[in-house]
Design a protein around this ligand. Structure first.
Ligand SMILES: *Cc1c(COP(=O)(O)O)cnc(C)c1O
Length: 424
């Protein structure tokens, strides 16, 4: 694809884009009565227009049936979470018995650590990436302390190379090899929230297994963004949130993948609750925890239906668009954004350094741009002129075009505002 920094090309690309009409299914914040140029879907995806109706359906059924809504509602609440099995398994490349929607992401990280961090003898170490998302760092630190361990003795951080921003996949593989039989677990953000770097989850998993350790991934920035084959890669577990690339609303329900070889093991250590109990005998309310032999066996509580109503709608939209189609468009959108940023960096008096990997197979939608010279004032100008991107200290603008609602014209227009900012 030969790109140009012109409205003509951007409009042509949009005209040929069979997913373009999906943007009409979403609500954009307004700036001077026009849609903002929204590039923060990596923090919070836009609201599907029908959300209000999806929630209203549950409110109406609640009003009409009260507790009987568990069975009488249009989407019976008793089995509400089961509606997510199929779309989620397609999106993360799993078998239906390996996924479940439940809880919040950080809660699920703790639940997964409970099951998949089983130190014994010398095998106590956990490898994770430096500058992991703060919640993941705090989860690891406090989890280890709660289990009577010293985080400083357990955690091994992998750092970027040569004072750069990116972590070489090989550094992770080498470290796994080096720690060897002292390694209990590798837990890494599949796509790094700061740089947008996509890690080689398949190789990391293979290497972890080779030394006898488990491999799990936080896919907050991966799910709905990059192609995942968690089952094929033999990943042990993963967890994600639904409000970034899956557009399911602030704080909406998280999801978990547990490889079926573990999910079917009802003796695996876990924190249990009644919603993870064998479905046929759950309401006999007997003593003695008997888990469902699938990922559902990790559920604690009955489903938060109001938040899940939007999750359902948002996943239906992804399925209608076709996840493969979305990935294909995402690659093009991000390539176009990269082209526009490089073009402006060349012609204007500024060095806009894209710190996200240049290789397509090492990134998703997001580009992180290190603004040498002037950063915050650029960001402020963009914000005042209807462009929503994300600012990270010390000098990084993160932005992600999202294929289900962003257009090529959005990216061209962003470039025009950026040029105006630089001419100020
Ligand atoms: C967004 C994000 C979170 C947020 O955690 P919540 O429990 O959903 O608040 C955690 N980890 C990573 C890597 C994230 O990107």
């Amino acid at each position: 694809m030969i790109f140009e920094n012109t409205a003509k090309l951007a409009n042509e690309l949009d005209k040929n884009d069979k997913l373009n009409h999906f943007r009409q299914e979403f609500l954009f914040p307004q700036h001077n009565s026009e849609n903002v140029l929204y590039f923060t879907g990596n923090s919070l995806g836009l609201q599907p227009k029908d959300s209000i109706n999806a929630i209203k359906q549950e409110l109406d059924d609640w009003a009409k049936y009260g507790v009987e809504g568990h069975f009488e509602a249009k989407n019976p609440w008793f089995a509400y979470h089961e509606m997510f099995t199929e779309p989620l398994s397609k999106i993360v490349g799993a078998k239906p018995n390996e996924v479940v929607a439940m809880n919040g992401l950080t809660t699920n990280l703790h639940l997964m650590l409970m099951s998949f961090y089983q130190p014994s003898g010398n095998r106590t170490k956990i490898i994770y990436e430096a500058k992991a998302f703060p919640s993941d760092q705090y989860a690891l630190e406090t989890h280890l302390k709660a289990r009577g361990l010293n985080p400083d003795e357990v955690l091994i951080e992998i750092h970027p190379e040569n004072d750069g921003h990116l972590i070489n996949d090989l550094s992770i593989l080498d470290k796994i090899e080096e720690v060897g039989n002292q390694l209990a677990l590798v837990m890494i953000g599949g796509v790094n929230y700061y740089t947008g770097q996509l890690f080689d989850m398949k190789s990391i998993t293979g290497k972890a297994h080779k030394v006898g350790a488990y491999a799990g991934f936080d896919l907050a920035h991966g799910v709905g963004n990059v192609a995942l084959e968690l089952h094929k890669w033999d990943v042990d577990f993963a967890a994600w949130c639904s409000y970034k690339y899956l557009n399911s609303g602030p704080g909406s329900v998280s999801g978990v993948y547990i490889n079926e070889k573990h999910a079917s093991n009802t003796n695996l250590t876990r924190f249990g609750g009644w919603w993870g109990y064998d479905k046929n005998s759950r309401f006999q309310m007997e003593k003695g925890f008997k888990p469902i032999p699938t990922a559902e066996g990790w559920q604690l509580s009955n489903a938060p239906v109001l938040a899940m109503a939007v999750h359902k709608l948002a996943l239906d939209l992804v399925m209608q668009a076709g996840f493969e189609n979305l990935i294909e468009k995402r690659v093009q959108l991000t390539n176009y954004l990269e082209f526009i940023i490089d073009d402006i960096s060349k012609t204007e008096d500024i060095n806009l350094e894209i710190i996200t990997p240049r290789e397509q197979n090492r990134r998703g939608a997001q580009l992180s741009v290190y603004c040498h010279g002037r950063g915050k004032e650029l960001y402020d100008f963009l914000a005042e002129n209807g462009v929503m991107v994300d600012w990270r200290e010390p000098n990084v603008i993160r932005m992600a075009p999202v294929p289900i609602y962003n257009s090529f014209a959005d990216i061209f227009k962003f470039g025009q505002v950026l040029i105006k900012a630089l001419k100020q």
